[in-house]
Design a protein around this ligand. Structure first.
Ligand code: ATP
Length: 307
């Protein structure tokens, strides 16, 4: 399951070893082991209730495991010395409503030995013009960006982001992605959860799929995508091609006029050969691999489908 066997020689910055965490009868994490090496950008994917936030809260030292061990930067995550190397953006952020944006950043930065200068950080996250606004007057998206600024202000070695761009518009999301990439490019380690598969596909090099408290897949993004056997053949044709040999699913079927159709098949070459040899007229042929969405659906099915 470990994508890179060489990683075993590098001490992990985040390490969970056979970790179980229950809430009453609910087993939120069930014997989970995971090691994240320095400089990795890992996307945690999973349906609602899979255990992602619980995992992050254990790494952040906010909760203890019922069984197993969690290590952060080689130490106990509940030890403040380990936590000074950590930046966290929880799913919901409680900001003091009457403090101004720059005051909050100054205040949090004041707890660290070498904070990022507040104006620099606010500019990086597109919050420069809001520096003097009270946090209670920020929009939801602006609050998310401020939460990420607070996670970055102490120049952390590890960044935990729980759904960092939920509720953001396209521009704000892009700005945040840039900030995450910049942090990672400078050697930072990132563990992020997201409901947006495109976000994980855009950012992560490694994908860990969590479902019902267990790790279902842990591999490079490319390898996860390769696990999906289906290919997408996209073309324009008059004839409805849904029933052609090898087509397991089809979208956009023709109705007597030329229509853009997407045909899912395990063997795109065989399908195209069949269309050509049987004289089907088509144009603008494209063949694509699977998306992360398809890979994810395949990995959490079939039980996941009933959730
Ligand atoms: N404080 C709590 N008390 C009781 N049950 C909890 C608590 N926190 C989490 N759970 C349960 O543990 C399971 C895992 O929840 P968790 O929040 O870790 O999932 P998640 O993958 O982060 O979900 P989402 O994508 O919806 O945020 C769920 O069944 C949830 O209801």
């Amino acid at each position: 399951m470990t994508p890179d066997p060489h990683r075993a020689h590098v001490p992990a910055v985040v390490h969970l070893d056979h970790v179980t965490r229950r809430f009453g009868d609910v087993v939120a994490l069930d014997d989970v082991s995971l090691a994240v090496g320095p400089g990795e950008l890992v996307g945690l994917l999973g349906p609602n209730g899979a255990g992602k936030s619980t995992l992050l809260s254990l790494v952040a030292g906010l909760r203890r495991p019922d069984a197993g061990t969690v290590r952060l930067l080689g130490g106990d995550p509940r030890d403040p010395r380990s936590r000074t190397g950590l930046g966290v953006t929880p799913q919901e952020t409680g900001l003091p409503a009457t403090l101004r944006v720059q005051e909050v950043v100054d205040f949090v930065g004041g707890h660290f030995p070498d904070p990022v200068p507040t104006p620099e950080l606010l500019d990086q996250l597109g919050l420069g013009e809001l520096a003097r606004r009270q946090t209670g007057a920020l929009s939801g998206g602006q609050k998310r960006r401020l939460a990420v600024a607070l996670a970055l202000v102490g120049r952390p070695r590890v960044l935990l982001l729980d759904e960092p761009t939920t509720g953001l518009d396209v521009g704000a999301r892009q700005a945040l992605w840039d900030a995450i990439r910049e942090y990672h490019g400078a050697g930072g380690t990132v563990l992020l959860t997201s409901h947006y598969l495109e976000e994980v596909q855009a950012l992560a090099e490694r994908v860990v799929v969590v479902d019902r408290g267990a790790v279902r897949a842990d591999d490079t993004l490319d390898a996860v995508l390769r696990r999906v056997s289906l290919r997408r053949v996209v073309l324009t044709a008059v004839e409805d091609l849904a029933g052609r040999p090898g087509v397991v699913r089809a979208e956009g079927a023709g109705d007597g006029t030329p229509a853009r159709q997407t045909l899912y098949t395990p063997d795109a070459d065989a399908l195209v050969r069949d269309l050509v040899t049987t004289g089907v007229e088509f144009h603008d042929l494209e063949i694509r691999g699977a998306s992360l969405e398809e890979a994810f659906a395949e990995m959490v099915a079939p039980e996941g489908a009933a959730r």
